[in-house]
Design a protein. Structure first.
Length: 242
């Protein structure tokens, strides 16, 4: 388990490809690997990887299977790439972010970057199937960092995070540009709650959902609902996300 508080930035210094397996050699800042044993876990851009070999005090090897290369951004890393890293949490450690498993759910992409004074805003586009788990003021892990969702538009399929200078200093987010891929891990408590509600609705209202969607598409019905302050577009998007 990890806390989502990125501890440092590591750099890819070597890549070794074999059939179905890729080995990354990462270089870490001085002291990061102190006391670490073979078999320990490190979150690399949010992906839980196992240390397979140490090469001196600042370098370690990690094996990554083909499935992980396909699912995550690790498949796009090259020599010189920089990534966020965090060692596995220990008992009694302060959890400054939220519990993270290191199992990536999907890739997202940077839709836009804004830079208000002393802030840095990333708008992140999310695959529709995962957007149902993203809520304003909720937690989400992006490249291993526990971040708070500032704004979210579920119908448009994006959310925004605001990053302070300290976060930019400690992570690679300042390097990200429009179109760059990111690893997302959904907060598990949110996922369980949403899936439980969805399953309950399916059991009780499932046969009625097509009829409800058709009603919302009727101009007269939509106008009456909007007159009562109901956001018809959001309701329709919710049905579609199901």
């Amino acid at each position: 388990m990890f806390t989502g508080i990125v501890q440092s930035i590591a750099q890819v210094v070597a890549i070794d490809d074999r059939p179905g397996l890729r080995t990354f050699t990462l270089e870490f800042p001085p002291g990061f690997l102190d006391g670490q044993e073979i078999g320990a876990s490190v979150a690399c851009d949010g992906c839980c990887l196992t240390v397979t070999r140490h090469q001196g005090p600042q370098r370690a090897d990690f094996d990554v299977m083909q499935q992980s290369l396909n699912l995550t951004t690790l498949g796009g890393l090259q020599v010189g790439s920089r990534i966020n890293v965090e060692r596995a949490a220990r008992d009694g450690v302060e959890i400054g972010g939220h519990p993270i498993s290191g199992h990536i759910d999907c890739q997202a992409r940077v839709a836009s970057v804004r830079r208000p004074e002393n802030n840095h805003v990333l708008r992140i586009a999310v695959p529709p199937a995962w957007m149902r788990y993203v809520f304003p003021k909720g937690y989400i892990a992006v490249n291993g960092a526990s971040l708070t969702v500032a704004e979210a538009d579920r119908s448009a399929g994006w959310f925004e995070v605001w990053l302070i200078p300290e976060t930019l200093r400690q992570t690679t987010f300042g390097d990200k540009a429009e179109g760059d891929a990111l690893n997302l891990e959904i907060e598990r408590g949110t996922q369980v709650m949403v899936d439980t509600v969805r399953d309950t609705i399916d059991e009780r209202l499932g046969p009625l959902l097509p009829a409800l969607a058709a009603l919302l598409a009727e101009p007269d019905i939509a106008a009456r609902l909007q007159a009562r302050g109901i956001d018809v577009a959001a309701a329709t998007a919710t049905l579609q996300l199901r």
